[in-house]
Design a binder for this molecule. Structure first.
Ligand SMILES: *Cc1c(COP(=O)(O)O)cnc(C)c1O
Length: 527
């Protein structure tokens, strides 16, 4: 409920709200408990009646499994209820505002879903002969064309399946390029504020990762960068806009500096929605950049489906791109699947088949339904919305860096000092307000960081209500109501979970209890 200033009205006092009513079932009205699916099984129960299979001659030469595989026996309604119950405990972009910084949790337009389900696309199989899937190959080729045009880059590798997978693709191409010119470089430079996947990717490819500190204004320190550069540097991995939500202003200079020592410029493009139609990474000297279709181009993510992380490549890196890729010749579209001919220098294959087709369809539907002007407006609205939040909270929370931000607003925890409330406690109280919390404690360069990414698909009303509830919570924290925060969330299906215990002693295997009586024995006992 909004009051006349567009701020939420004061809820009832917590002591009143926190009265716990114990129900017999453990259910709380519409919020229904569901035991683990393994605990719900009853031996012999089935969802579908099937005739007993004919005995088959084993071809496993005695290696076949002797014991049951431990799956629960369940009826169809049990399975259905279990997953419907779980889905109702889940927070989703389709349910409410999801300001998780660096994740671009924006609306997934339903036109994308409709197109992806068209029988001619949804029923394709990746092993069909290319003559029968000309339309699908043309679709991949068209999407590749849009991605190259948007970024101003000459080539794109379509097969990587996520942002991190795209980084792996880019750094493998960089390594292949150095190897092809007989060089074995050992280091990759990564700014301190980088997304964790950047140093992880460099390390996975066998490079030593050297961190470059940030300046006071949140951008990479160019003097420190210059000192670290040398002939052993394979490349730099830089995010732009960076994870502080800021545009790296010296990016062309950074590109020139790394090129001068013979290294390559990897740009983490996960935040492309901030600059879409405004800045072409190709004009900035980028050699490789992944694009998260599941962020910028609205394909579902976060439990909603697979991602896709195509990587645009410069002229220098294009020959090393992974196979397979689509080509277009006299006889229509074809796939290059061998490391020969046009793909003689390819570093090889990254995954089965050709990439995440379902995501390609959705991303192309999104691009074509927006058109060039619509795509540009995405960046404008994403930046506008983030700055609306920044200004709406600037008298309550401290921004560590001055000035206008890009697509996300970053705050530190200095205003919570002395209140006994931490960034984590504040986030838990946001759950009670019905919000997915913002990204916390990231980027690492900011103390108690809160990274809020509203995305362009939210209305002013939603932003006003969010700002209102943040102001309400911050006032509460500053007037000494820390107990409220320390016991939050009060209304979630679970309160505080033992996150440390879950990380240190994870229970990865369900241990069945002693066998209970089966349906048959209980039935016969009753008769
Ligand atoms: C999301 C993100 C990634 C990783 O993308 P995934 O698809 O989750 O692997 C990398 N860098 C940045 C800056 C991101 O926001």
């Amino acid at each position: 409920m909004l009051n006349n200033k567009g701020r939420p009205t004061q809820p009832a006092a917590i002591s009143e709200m926190d009265t716990v009513v114990e129900t017999f079932t453990g259910n709380k009205g519409l919020e229904l408990e569901s035991p683990l699916i393994f605990e719900q099984g009853v031996p012999g129960r089935v969802g579908v009646d099937m005739v007993d299979p004919q005995p088959v001659k084993s071809r496993l030469g005695g290696l076949e499994r002797k014991d049951p595989i431990g799956l629960p026996d369940l009826s169809e309604p049990q399975v259905l209820r279990h997953f419907v119950r779980l889905s109702r405990q889940n927070y989703a972009i389709d349910a409410g505002f999801y300001p998780l910084g660096s994740c671009t949790m924006k609306h997934n337009p339903r036109i994308n879903e409709k197109v992806a389900r068209l029988a001619g696309l949804g029923d394709l199989h990746p092993m069909q002969p290319t003559s029968t899937v000309q339309g699908a190959l043309e679709l991949i080729d068209s999407l590749a064309h849009w991605l190259k045009t948007i970024t101003g880059m000459p080539a794109v590798a379509m097969s990587p399946a996520a942002g991190a997978h795209g980084e792996l693709c880019g750094v493998m191409a960089i390594r292949a390029a150095h190897e092809a010119s007989g060089e074995s470089r050992t280091r990759i430079l990564v700014p301190e504020s980088a997304h964790g996947t950047n140093p992880a990717t460099a390390a996975l490819c066998g490079y030593k990762v050297d961190a470059v500190p940030a300046r006071k204004d949140g951008r990479m320190d160019l003097d420190a960068f210059a000192e670290q550069l040398g002939p052993d540097v394979a490349g730099v991995m830089l995010t732009n806009p960076n994870t502080c939500g800021l545009f790296e202003t010296d990016v062309k200079k950074i590109a020139d500096m790394v090129h001068e020592v013979g290294g390559y410029f990897y740009c983490d493009g996960a935040n492309l929605n901030a600059i879409l139609g405004r800045v072409r990474p190709g004009d900035l000297g980028v050699d490789a950049m992944h694009i998260n279709l599941h962020k910028t181009f609205s394909t579902p993510h976060g439990g909603g489906g697979p991602g896709a992380g195509p990587v645009v490549l410069s002229e220098a890196l294009a020959p090393f791109a992974p196979i397979p890729f689509v080509t277009h010749g006299e006889n229509g579209f074809d796939l290059v699947e061998q490391r020969s001919g046009a793909a003689a220098k390819s570093f090889g294959r990254m995954k089965g088949y050709h990439g995440q087709m379902g995501m390609f369809i959705r991303a192309l539907a999104y691009m074509q339904s927006h058109g060039a002007d619509g795509l540009r407006q995405i960046a404008e609205d994403a930046v506008l919305n983030a700055n609306y939040i920044r200004v709406g909270l600037e008298d309550k929370l401290n921004s560590p860096f001055e000035g206008i931000c890009m697509h996300e607003a970053l705050f530190d925890d200095s205003t919570l000092k002395g209140t006994g409330v931490t960034t984590l406690d504040l986030a838990k109280a946001m759950i009670d307000e019905g919000y997915h919390p913002m990204t916390m404690y990231f980027p690492l360069v900011v103390h108690g960081a809160m990274l809020i990414e509203p995305t362009e698909s939210e209305s002013r009303q939603t932003l006003d209500q969010f700002i209102g509830s943040m102001r309400h919570l911050l006032d509460k924290a500053k007037t000494g109501e820390s107990d409220y925060f320390l016991s939050a969330p009060h209304y979630a299906p679970r309160r505080r979970l033992d996150e440390t215990g879950a990380a240190r002693n994870p229970l990865l295997r369900w241990v069945p209890p002693e066998p209970a009586e089966t349906e048959e024995t209980s039935l016969s006992a009753a008769s």
